[in-house]
Design a protein around this ligand. Sequence first.
Ligand code: AMP
Length: 287
Amino acid sequence: MRIVHTINEIRQSVLGKKQQNARVGLVPTMGALHAGHGSLVEAAVEECDFVVVSIFVNPTQFGPSEDFEKYPRTLDTDAAYCEQLGADIIFAPSADQMYPAEQLTWVDTEKLTEVLCGQSRPGHFRGVTTVCAKLFNIVQPDLAYFGQKDAQQAIVIQRMVKDLNMPLEIHICPIVREDDGLAMSSRNKYLSADQRKQALCLYKALTECQSQVAAGQRQVALLIDAMKQVIQQHQGQIDYISIVDPQTLDSLEQIKQKALVLVAVNIGKTRLIDNLSIDLNTPANPI
Ligand code: AMP
């Protein structure tokens, strides 16, 4: 497995493979890889002939008071992990490679980015869509892999690809959790032992919601109240708890068929997110 740092190198490698009709998969990440990322790489290795993992802590998706500087950077262990999973190449560009001059052109998906994390993190999704558009143009993958963990991001990227006729398919992979249910996240590294216990409130709130829905509760306000209680019992600072239409992200009052339940909670200074998909037409799986 190779590690390359420049746009020229990754383009040359992919071009060579494309000339041999290889199906190219891209897994965009910010590194500090864990088994959640690993599941995306595994899916790509299974479905593609040539798998690119990009590792880039993208400055334009962080707000001025967010954790860009302290975000964990662990390229050596990330590379070993990707190699073990069967990835073919890591593209780990510098910020200067990706943003050599002042960026005057941005990709902005409207409406879907104005709610939930978009409301709490102004400019975040503009940074995400812009860097993904750049990565798609640089790597030109046939398939790109994203996690359901970042549900709003997955919806926004799918919409960007559709609206801009980008010639690739987006695959969304299920959330990978720790044994006790905490969704894996690079930011879990920030948690102290006590905070790690508190952090379980996101998962507990979602499972509470799931069991109330299974018992027949359909009123969103009551479901949100129940989740709020679980999170407050653990001293989590709620950023938002929302139950929305999974396509439009519009808030629901009642669950009629499909719904996406999303939570964002600050545990100390660490902002964690998690979500649950509901479909009343299919039996609920334990999350
Ligand atoms: P990040 O490095 O946080 O930007 O994440 C890179 C990709 O990995 C995104 O598509 C995430 O949704 C996905 N991802 C992160 N955590 C998980 C998880 N626990 N399960 C599945 N996918 C994940």
